[in-house]
Design a protein. Sequence first.
Length: 278
Amino acid sequence: MTLMTRPVPVLLLAIIVCGLDVYGAMALAEPLSAALADWSPAGQETLFALLLYGILAAVAMLGRWFARDTVDSGARPGMLPWLGLGVLLGVGGLVLALGDAVLAGVVVRGTAGLGIATLLLGTLVVIGQSASEELFFRGWLQPVLARAWGPAAAIGVTAIAFALLHVAGGARTPLTLVNLMLGGLLFGLLAWRSTGLAAPIGAHAGWNWAEAILFGLDPNPGVGGFGAIHDLDLLGAARWGGSSEGLNASLAMTLVLAALILPLAVRLPFRRRPAPAA
């Protein structure tokens, strides 16, 4: 067993990489924005995403290569149905959470314009961001931990690491942390159930795309540099999404994610996989 197949060193490396990546990106954000003042907001966000998530993807691919006897390829025949299921769960879950916010009376319509070109660019960025995070957490970290500690512990620890990445990026409230952990559990369970990355990438990208591009809920209020198909804002009770952290800090997201997780967690094995015969 090499160092890159041992769970604790890999976990520590993943946490260090996430911390350095996020804090480095935050330190560069202001000077980069000033240097690219002539660029459009969409162009600046695209470059920032390439820097931030490109590093995660590169480290994940290197980690998978070094741990190739422990981490499978993440690809299986028949992954297209899993991708479709993931997208359905991601978009559908976000719509259900938004529906709860509508019932709570915190949803109002904004006035942002619509730009087809930037929306397409934003869609590509969301897909790339989601794929990079899933490659890092569910494609590299989780399989290494699962080999040593079993699926249940690996999915749980990876979900915590996933939430900590977003805390470093600015998530602050306890409910946001809980929801990010639940999101990590959902993606981890999808990866385990499907034995691949198509389902978690689909769910992650579907949720983020619906939140930012379809409904304009991130940032809240307002829309990001890519615009949105529908500009909706959440104003009112924070527990239903009416804060700057939007649905991430809402009970609506908690309820929906819990409902999606429970069926996937049935009969989740706690034992680690036996080592292959010599």
